[in-house]
Design a binder for this molecule. Structure first.
Ligand code: SF4
Length: 240
């Protein structure tokens, strides 16, 4: 689907429609880093990590060696939103979702072949892409939690400015993985919104929000890979 939209965009693109790099990239640098709210993009990550992050506990400074890769990922995200818009399918990109405790920005909401699609874009390296396909298209759990949290906030909780008109709903929730080693391979994974998955994600948020309300650290629940990359690992006694 996304590959077809991008082809279509290049087919109809005019010189005046060329990507406005400066304007779009500003969207990302304006994101507040210290907003004192939980970030929806951290959905599914270790709850102790999210709690400490919101508290502003001192963490290991970010690794600046991969900043260029991250920035290139931001540009690609914005460019894809731009292409979907240019091809005439975009409803909204980089949409803000915010309530008293959480803030998030979904990547793209668009309408294609009569269906409304909410998609999250992930730039990954070739190795990750290889294993994603090898493992039967099973995406990372926290990517699933993030996307479903956005969907739930839009459709069920109706957080922020109304995005859908009365009676409208999102037909598909998808993760688009883009291979950043060649910038052209795109892999689309549809995430089915099964009731069990939705309730697990809601439970996860509820446990975290309840812990915050009573000012008590939640129990750590990292996935196998998380502690190795956690900026709190040097001070965390729950580290695995
Ligand atoms: S080190 Fe592991 S257990 Fe501790 S906060 Fe980080 S992810 Fe959670």
């Amino acid at each position: 689907m996304l590959t077809d939209i991008i082809k279509e965009y290049f087919h109809i693109r005019t010189v005046s429609g060329v990507f406005d790099f400066d304007l779009r990239i500003k969207i990302h640098v304006e994101y507040p880093f210290e907003d004192k709210k939980f970030r929806m993009s951290d959905a599914g990550r270790c709850r102790l990590y999210r709690y400490w992050k919101r508290q502003g506990k001192e963490m290991k400074p970010p690794d600046t060696s991969n900043m260029l890769t991250m920035e290139a990922g931001n540009v690609l995200h914005s460019w894809i939103g731009n292409a979907i818009e240019g091809a005439g399918y975009l409803i909204e990109s980089e949409g803000l979702l915010e309530d008293a405790d959480r803030v998030g920005h979904f990547d793209v909401l668009f309408e294609y072949e009569g269906k409304t699609i909410l998609a999250d874009l992930k730039t990954v390296n070739g190795k990750k892409m290889y294993y994603l396909k090898k493992n039967g298209n099973s995406p990372d759990l926290h990517h699933v939690y993030q996307l479903i949290s956005y969907w739930y906030a839009i459709e069920e909780e109706q957080i922020g400015d109304p995005i859908l008109n009365e009676g409208e709903h999102i037909d598909h929730t998808c993760i688009f993985y883009v291979n950043r080693d060649n910038w052209s391979e795109i892999h689309e994974v549809e995430i089915e919104r099964k009731p069990l998955l939705i309730s697990q994600i809601q439970d996860d948020w509820e446990i975290l929000l309840d812990a915050w309300k009573v000012n008590t650290e939640p129990k750590a629940n990292p996935e196998d890979w998380e502690c190795r990359f956690c900026p709190f690992k040097s001070i965390c006694t729950e580290r695995r």
